[in-house]
Design a protein around this ligand. Structure first.
Ligand code: NAP
Length: 488
């Protein structure tokens, strides 16, 4: 339990959730808020005002939360009395943000002088209206904060448009752009691993590091999101945001402090150092894929083109792999291989840092391949492993790969909070370090847009890969060409 002075700034907290009946609110936000409440990480004065268009009264809303959210809290954490206490924080405000002439009903429900956190868990097309109407109702002041869910734009101009619309009413220091990968314990731990130890940092550069791989593989297909997904694709949905954010944490220079802007300045430098792709680079160094019928989780599943609401001639990529470069002294000539896809063999997200092999093969029986790797696993389990060579016991000098497991689960007794819980607590405490700043977001789009446009110019169909595989063969060839291989 943390001391309440750390979370209480003297103002009552009104957390207003737009899209309070939606999928994200039910599956992630409510369970995260419950957990924060359970562990004393919400100010005692907290109230949660959920908004939605349904004609519900408070009881009907609480029943909805019970039905759709409760099951996402593990049995070990569920406690009837705490749940009842949590429900007491909830209010429901019926509000159609487009149709309502004003947000008078919300203004009435929110307490005068409260610190207001607005969580915009709706389609971004509603962000402008929401922010304009919040301001017109006098609900935005210097204490207010706004949390923005992805997708934050479709390209650079649309991202700028969102930023301008929100920025009209909120200062940058009041805006929390969520990328839940930055809320993961292991990702935050990577910063400590790199900058809290002196042994890694001297090695953390070319030519000691020979390559970096970042994989975010999903087992699921597009499911009910097909309508949205078909105009989005893997590049916009995953790579431009989550994978680039992970790349930033791997590649950034040590910040001068843990101050949010000091950290975000360094991430921005990485994004600005990403080499721009020419059309020839796109043709050579990017692979788009689209899943076909296959077997996933022991079940036959349809291909992307057979999914409901997907046009039969869709060229949308459900997989992308590419070779990127960060053009700085530290990363000169080090390839960064990024890969993400749906309907992959299994859900797995990891960062693999491969170190250069020893310059001279002293041991004749050395197994081939890469001697040293740091593997940071993010999903399904979080773990950090260091692969090194060791001598096999015996009279000879045979080498074998062994893994030093920095087993975070057993090293620490403390509970590991879910990303959304951790990030929501950061919002409540006003910590911006793990949220994207406007210039970061725009720099990421400025890098991604020409690649997406280049694909349009080239006009090629994505490569087919069977659902339940690790993606198209061309993605393996991308690394094999440089003498590397994906680490599954
Ligand atoms: P969703 O289930 O479709 O929920 C959207 C919410 O927006 C609904 O509660 C809906 O209210 C509300 N809404 C729509 N039009 C409205 C209006 N005119 N006035 C007031 N409310 C309105 O979507 P979601 O999956 O929760 O996602 C919300 C946002 O988060 C999206 O931008 C999505 O891309 C993003 N996101 C979602 C996830 C996820 O896991 N679901 C993950 C990352 C990001 P009604 O209940 O009244 O229809």
């Amino acid at each position: 339990m943390i001391p309440s002075t750390e979370i209480d700034n003297g103002l009552p907290l009104d957390m207003v959730i737009f899209g309070g009946m939606g999928d994200l609110a039910m599956r992630k936000l409510m369970p995260a808020l419950y957990m924060a409440y359970l562990h004393g990480n919400l100010p005692a004065t907290t109230r949660i005002l959920s908004t939605g268009r349904q004609d519900f009264d408070r009881d009907a809303y609480l029943a909805h939360v019970g039905e759709h959210s409760r099951s996402f809290i593990s049995a070990a954490n569920f406690n009837e009395k705490t749940w009842d206490g949590f429900l007491k924080l909830l209010e429901y405000v019926r509000l159609d943000v487009q149709a309502a002439p004003s947000f008078g009903a919300l203004a009435q429900a929110s307490r005068a002088g409260a610190q207001r956190v607005f969580y915009l868990s709706t389609a971004p097309t509603l962000f402008t209206t929401i922010c304009d109407k919040l301001a017109a109702a006098g609900l935005v002041d210097a204490h207010s904060r706004v949390v923005l869910e992805k997708p934050l734009g479709h390209d650079l101009p649309s991202a700028i448009e969102i930023n301008e619309a929100v920025g009209k009413h909120f200062a940058e220091s009041q805006i929390y752009r969520i990328d839940h990968y930055l809320g993961k314990e292991t990702v935050q731990n990577l910063m400590v691993l790199r900058f809290g130890n002196s042994i890694l940092e001297p090695l953390w550069r070319a030519p000691n590091i020979s390559s970096v791989q970042i994989t975010v593989a999903e087992e699921i297909g597009v499911g009910s999101r097909a309508g949205f997904y078909d105009s989005t694709g893997a590049m916009r949905d995953m790579l431009q945001n989550h994978l680039l954010q992970l790349l930033c944490i791997v590649a950034m220079e040590p910040p001068t402090s843990l101050n949010a802007d000091a950290v975000r300045d360094e991430k921005l430098k990485v994004l600005r150092s990403l080499r721009r792709f020419t059309l020839a680079d796109i043709a050579r160094d990017t692979i788009r894929g689209q899943y076909t019928h296959g077997v996933s989780g022991n079940q036959e599943v349809p291909g992307y083109l057979e999914e409901k609401n997907v046009p039969a001639d869709s060229k949308t990529e459900t997989f992308v792999a590419l070779r990127a470069h960060v053009d700085t002294w530290r990363w000169s000539k080090v390839p960064f291989y990024l890969r993400t896809g749906k309907r992959m063999q299994r859900r797995s997200s990891k960062i693999v840092v491969e170190f250069a092999n020893p310059p001279f093969p002293l041991f004749p029986d050395a197994p081939g391949g890469v001697a040293n790797r740091l593997v940071i696993e993010l999903q399904p389990e979080e773990a950090i492993k260091l692969q090194i060579m060791a001598k096999q016991p015996g009279t000879g000098m045979q080498m074998q790969q062994v893994t030093l497991n920095l087993d975070l689960q057993s090293a620490f007794q403390q509970r590991r909070a879910e990303a959304y819980e951790r990030l929501l607590i950061d919002v409540v405490r006003g910590r911006l370090t793990h949220f994207m700043r406007r210039d970061e977001l725009e720099a990421a789009w400025a890098w991604a847009d020409p690649i997406i446009e280049g694909w349009g110019t080239l006009g090629e169909k994505p490569h087919a890969y069977a659902a339940g595989s690790w993606g198209p063969a061309e993605s393996f060839a991308l690394l094999a060409r440089d003498g590397f291989a994906w680490v599954e």
